[in-house]
Design a protein around this ligand. Sequence first.
Ligand SMILES: [Zn+2]
Length: 215
Amino acid sequence: MKAFFLGLLDWIYKKKCYFCRKSNESVKMCSKCYDSLEFLSYGKRLAIDGVSVYVAGVYEKNLQKLIRGLKYHNQRDLAFYQAKFMYEYWQNITDNTDYIVVPVPLHKDRQSKRRYNHMELVAQEFCRLSGNTLNTKLITRVKNTKPQYKLTPTERAENLHNAFKVNLSEMSNCGKILIIDDICTTGSTFAEMIKTFHAAGVTDITCFATTTPKL
Ligand SMILES: [Zn+2]
């Protein structure tokens, strides 16, 4: 009997919005909470080695909760909303089609611990919405790096040094690359991936992050 009630509570709980816990829309993120997400201005945010970097929003409020829920709390259904937010921003960018979408890869040890690469889930949904093509094999993370948020900008660059490797067997179907990540702080992850791609002769690259931390 107890198990039945716990199961029932679980079911009711799951029906509520993960953000406001109030809505009866029976979705993970209700329309009111989704509409509370704010876009940054449309256009290039910065450039790294001549590569344009776009950022859709600020890492705060519900956008922060969305990213953390997917990344750390196993809320895989949230990938759709993160992808939708990125897609809606991306539609306002002039050159937005015919990309090979590359999510920032996790090291295999980290991925087996977390059981999934959150950015791969976002990339899948983003490609489904935008019609771009997903490629998760083009570049891999060969070094199990420390989490970046604890490190200074110099340490971040050192931590990531030679962390990635381009798989040359995937190069034949390699056109315009769009690298996507969740948070762009100093841009060190993008910078290291760009360096690795450039060294492999891949030059047509654009970067796109869901968020940047609040200044
Ligand atoms: Zn809500």
